[in-house]
Design a protein around this ligand. Structure first.
Ligand code: SF4
Ligand code: SF4
Ligand code: SF4
Length: 318
């Protein structure tokens, strides 16, 4: 059975026992999917599953704590749920997880860079290609060329936690050594060049906080330090100092917690590659604590603990 058929069947079975189930439906045009809150059979009929289903729906869960809901999760999204469970920000018994084996999702900015997508009529996926029809004609290109960067090094195409699984479990088919490729390119620069690189990138930031709002692990919400007036950590000025300060603040608040889902970067209207900053910290956390966020519900995140002697840090050798 196709994954979408299995999903619909499983959702139907669980619908009575939950308030709603979060999935995706067709968005305002053929190129966009949007989150769907399923409460009825008619809603189930609107459900879609294809490489346009980019959103990490786990982002909704912390604010729904205390209510029983269902959620559809790709492999990368399932890591957010594991991390949220580890931190006690959600309760396992309150969530029904519909896992989906995932071959990858598109990066719409890569499609926009190739063609005018202002009036898309139809999008189809077949044999590793994507075909996009507009009033001007039809373009077909390999899906790999427009996949989200995270998918090109995906190590968890099958969700790590689920109650129901749609699609055949997939083994990782992407090379793990690509995981930190972009980080390593920046690491090759000397300190001055690195600073110039980030000042150039971050100068485009308009501090809209879409990156924060899309992040499943950014849970302070209305109490975010970026919005606080007492103490007033961040001024209203739009200088590079405030922009850099905001990004350091955000990156450090998800240090050891970031599950690499890429939502921060996907949501950014200024196409700033901020996931690289998180990836750099993830790389350091892996080296220091041998820890990868969101892969094991039994783990305790390293920054949630304190030990006089960390087994992986040999301070006396410094
Ligand atoms: S990173 Fe993996 S699980 Fe996530 S969207 Fe890409 S291929 Fe799917
Ligand atoms: S989404 Fe982009 S522009 Fe908005 S605050 Fe984040 S980095 Fe800045
Ligand atoms: S910081 Fe970005 S990549 Fe990390 S969990 Fe949040 S949205 Fe996902």
């Amino acid at each position: 059975m196709e994954a979408i058929g299995k999903l619909r069947e499983d959702i139907q079975k669980e619908l009575e026992d939950v308030e709603f189930i979060i999935g995706w439906e067709q968005g305002f045009d053929a190129l966009h999917a949007t989150p769907l809150f399923i409460r009825s059979q008619e809603d189930i009929d609107r459900l879609i599953w294809n490489p346009l289903c980019v959103h990490n729906l786990a982002s909704y869960l912390p604010q729904l704590k205390g209510r029983k809901v269902g959620v559809l999760l790709k492999g990368c999204d399932s890591r957010s749920v594991i991390q949220l469970l580890q931190e006690g920000l959600i309760q396992r018994e309150e969530i029904v997880i519909f896992g989906i084996s995932c071959p990858g999702v598109v990066d719409l900015s890569k499609i926009r860079a190739r063609m005018n997508v202002s009036q898309v009529k139809r999008v189809s996926f077949a044999e590793g290609n994507v075909t996009i029809e507009t009033p001007q004609g039809r373009e077909e290109f390999p899906l790999d060329e427009v996949l989200a960067t995270k998918c090109l090094s995906c190590q968890y195409p099958t969700p790590l936690i689920y109650d129901h699984l749609a699609g055949e479990a997939l083994s990782p088919q992407r090379p793990a050594d690509l995981l930190y490729k972009e980080v390593e390119e920046i690491e090759k620069l000397d300190v001055k060049e690195r600073l110039a690189h980030w000042e150039r990138e971050l100068n485009r930031c308009i501090r809209c906080y879409a990156c924060r709002n899309a992040c499943p692990l950014c849970v302070c919400q209305d109490y975010c330090a970026a919005d606080s007036r007492n103490p007033h950590w961040l001024s209203q000025r739009a200088g590079i100092g405030e922009k850099v300060m905001w990004h350091i603040m955000h990156a450090l608040h998800v240090a050891g917690r970031c599950t690499d889902c890429g939502e921060c970067e996907r949501a950014c209207p200024m196409d700033i590659p901020i996931q690289r900053i998180r990836k750099k910290i993830n790389k350091e956390i892996k080296a220091l604590f041998d820890y990868e966020a969101g892969v094991n519900t039994e783990d305790t995140p390293p920054l949630y603990t304190f030990q006089m002697e960390e087994s992986t840090i040999r301070e006396k050798d410094w």
